[in-house]
Design a protein around this ligand. Sequence first.
Ligand SMILES: NC(=O)c1ccc[n+]([C@@H]2O[C@H](COP(=O)([O-])OP(=O)(O)OC[C@H]3O[C@@H](n4cnc5c(N)ncnc54)[C@H](O)[C@@H]3O)[C@@H](O)[C@H]2O)c1
Length: 448
Amino acid sequence: MELHAKITSNQAIICVIGLGYVGLPHATAFAQAGFRVLGLDVNPRRVAAVNRGHSDIPDVPSELLAGLVASGALQATGDYSRLAEADIVLICVPTPFDAMKTPDLAFIVAAAEGIAPHLHRGQMVILQSTTYPGTTEEIVQPILEQGGLRAGQDFHLVFSPERIDPGNQQYSAHNTPKVVGGLTPACTELACALFSHLTPAVHAVSTPRAAEMTKLLENIFRSVNIALVNELAVLMERMNIDIWEVIAAARTKPFGFMAFTPGPGVGGHCIPVDPYYLSWKAREFDFYTKFIELAAEVNADMPEHVVRKIAAGLNLHGKALYGATVLVLGVAFKRDIDDARNSPAQRVIELLLDFGAKVEYHDPHVPSFTVGGSVLHRSMVTLHSTPLAAGLAAADAVAIITGHTSLDYRQVVEGCPVVIDAVNVTRTLADCNGQVIRLGAPLPAASV
Ligand SMILES: NC(=O)c1ccc[n+]([C@@H]2O[C@H](COP(=O)([O-])OP(=O)(O)OC[C@H]3O[C@@H](n4cnc5c(N)ncnc54)[C@H](O)[C@@H]3O)[C@@H](O)[C@H]2O)c1
C-alpha cells in the first residue's frame, strides 16, 4: 500500500525517536489518533517507564499512556533495527549548544545515523527538533542517503517544527497548527496528510529551510520582546513607574500591541538556546544578527538585576547578602512545570552563593536542583526543595523567581520581612504590597 493510503487509513506505523517533552506527547497523540506507534529512546529507563505506562512528562498523564500501552497502540524500544517496521519516522531529539554557544547537532546526527541502515523505499523521515535553516538538507539528508536511496525520490524528507508548550492547558499537539516543509511537494503533501490527523490546521511552506526558519522566527520574536520589556522594567524602576500598570494599560489597545512581561531572565530548552542557532549560521553568510545578541545580553543580565534587588531589600533592614539566608521560590523555568533546564533561578542562586549568601529553595515541582558547572566555572552544588513553612521561618529574604500558581503568596509575604517578587505574583496582595519589592515597580513606600 502507498504511504498516502496508509496515512489516510491510519495504517501507517509511526516511530518517534526521542521520548522527551516533545516526543512523548506526539507519540501518545498519534496513538490516540489510531496509529500504531513505536517510541524509540536511547535512555533505557525512559523506555522501561513508557512500557510500564509511567509518564514523567506532565503533559502526558500516566493513565492515558498506560491505556495506550495496554492496547498495543504504543510501545517503546531502544532498538534502532525496529525502524525497519516503521513507515514514518519523527525525530524529536535535543538540540543544545555547547559552552561557546555553538549548535550541538550530535543528537540529530546520531538519530540520522541510527535510521540510515534501516531506511527503506517509501519511508518518510520528519525532523522536528529545533535547529538552524539548512540542517535537514545539509546534515540529515546526506547521512540518510549513504545507503544509496535518494531523498525526494526513494524516501520522503520533511522538516516540521515543534511548537509544544509544556504546561499549556489551552494548546497541545491536538490543536496547535503545524508548519510543514518537505524536500519536494510530494513530501510536503504526505506530511500535511499525516499531521491533519492531529490538528485541524497544517500550513505548508516551500522548503525545509523555510520551516526551520519559521520556528526560529517565533522564538527570536519572543526573546527580543521579552528583552524589550526587561530593559524597560529596569528603566521604569528608576523613573518610579510601575511597568505592570503600564503593560495592563497598553494591552487595552486592540491592535498593534502584544503584551510581554518582564522577569528574572529566560529559561528552558528554547528561548535561551534557539536564537544562537541562527546567529551561528548567519556568520556563514557574513551577517551579524544584532537583535539576537542584544536581546540575549539584556535577558542574561536580569538574574544580576534580581540579585541587586535582593541586596537592596536586605540593606533596608540593615543586613548584608553575605551571611544572609535567601529562600528562592520556584526554580522551574516557568510556572506550573517541572522543567528547570537553563532556568534563571540557576544564575540567581549561583550569584547569591558567590556573594556569600546561604541559599534554600522551595519548588513544588522540582525536588532537587543542581547549580554551577561549566558556564561560570563554579563547582556543582545540588540543593533540595525545602518545605515552604520551614524555608520561610529560616529566611532573611525571599526571592520569587517562578510564579507557580499553587503557592500561597499571602503566606510568603506574611512569612518574611524581605520579599523580592520578580514575576509580579504578589500584585493582588494590596495590603501586603507595602513590604514587597517587585521587579519593574517603584520601591515600597515604606522604604523610600
Ligand atoms: N521542550 C519544549 O518545550 C520544546 C518545544 C518545542 C521544541 N522543542 C525542541 O524539540 C527537541 C526535543 O526537545 P525535548 O524538550 O523533547 O528534549 P528532551 O531532552 O525532553 O527529550 C529528548 C529525548 O531524546 C532522547 N534521545 C537523545 N538522543 C537520542 C538518540 N540518538 N536516539 C533516540 N533517543 C535519543 C533522550 O534520551 C530524551 O528522552 C529540541 O530540539 C527542542 O529544542 C522543545
